[in-house]
Design a protein around this ligand. Sequence first.
Ligand SMILES: Cc1cc2nc3c(=O)[nH]c(=O)nc-3n(C[C@H](O)[C@H](O)[C@H](O)COP(=O)(O)OP(=O)(O)OC[C@H]3O[C@@H](n4cnc5c(N)ncnc54)[C@H](O)[C@@H]3O)c2cc1C
Length: 385
Amino acid sequence: MTDKEIKNSNTSQNTQNTESALPIHETPRGNVMVIAEQILGELQPVTLELLGAGRLLTDKLGTKLVCLLLGHNMAETTKKLIQYGADIVYVADHPELHTYRTLPFRRVVCDFLESLSEPPHVTLLGSTTTGRDLAPRIAAHFETGLTADCTELDIGPYEHKSKIDPSKLGLYPDCLYAIRPSFGESLKARILGPWKNPQMATTRPGVMIPLRADPNRQGEIITVPVNLKPEDFRLNVAETVREIASALKLTEADVIISGGFGLGTPEGFALLRELASCFPNSAIGASRKVVDLGWIPYEHQVGQTGKTVRPKLYIACGISGAIQHRVGMSKSSTIIAINKDPDAPIFKFAHYGIVGDVYQIIPEMIKQLKCVEKEQGEKTIVHSH
Ligand SMILES: Cc1cc2nc3c(=O)[nH]c(=O)nc-3n(C[C@H](O)[C@H](O)[C@H](O)COP(=O)(O)OP(=O)(O)OC[C@H]3O[C@@H](n4cnc5c(N)ncnc54)[C@H](O)[C@@H]3O)c2cc1C
């Protein structure tokens, strides 16, 4: 780290004027690294989202977007990572890395980072079960900062004026702005940890936007050595059982029909399933209240403590629209709310609102959608020129 003296820096957005000289803490601008996530060989969508977010950061830093992939026989996945924006894919291929286990994965990631002449500027993981387990272990190993559950990422300057630790005083030109909702989601907090690279963050699945795949995109593929130690195998995975619930791809659905306490009874979800069946690639969501009541498993929960979703269409049925629910679905392209209370908060941000009883509105919607399906099935389409 080289410190320089400057006067009246105009590079900071945070402080307009620095009357006294401030040291600049300049680190070489390192790459942005995404740690890819695969489950039993299947690349998880959050990785592509992280590459989309990472690309914006590398464009600002003028560096490379690199991806570290741990797994076994992942040649096709490697190509996909390049198509979605990675400049370099580092591949750690080993049979023991096929299934995620904390200690072997931690070993490989930390060994790899230590082998680099320059640490990445930023390292990103998904806020998934795996990412939440692995990220803090890497951060602790390198004694660097980590912000969990980010919804936005950016690069920008920061002036540290606190004199508590004089060695930290000064301007940090290229900080990771790890932005996430705070204080019950009522505020967006920008969290910085510029003291040391890599600056780390995890992002919620479904929030960042992946780039469009470019099949012609070229990148470099570099093999990473894997040196696992006996102590990495203190825990053995006897069997991996994928429940039906975990197969539900709520974050990948184009249409989500979500139910809340207004359904009155868990059986109400049968009606929502019928509505969902009218749409291809649809899934069932839920508010936390009905999850807490045991009406539907947690995997369906949308919101602050559930999943963040961004479907093309979100139909909220008997959901009041509490802020904790809203943060998980407000980026949906179209939101339709059905609620019998005209003053329900959800109507303030839904694109279309239907005031009425779910048990009257939804059967009518199903009827209409089925009529459309039937008509489309029967229609002969004649293309005019
Ligand atoms: C730290 C924290 C984290 C949280 N995380 C989440 C989260 O991740 N996700 C989440 O959803 N919540 C979360 N919550 C809970 C949240 O604050 C709300 O309590 C919850 O979202 C309310 O669920 P609901 O809308 O189903 O129920 P209610 O608020 O009770 O709303 C039910 C709605 O249904 C309407 N209604 C009733 N009958 C009918 C009918 N027959 N037809 C049509 N409409 C009808 C009512 O008018 C009402 O608006 C969290 C809370 C806290 C404190």
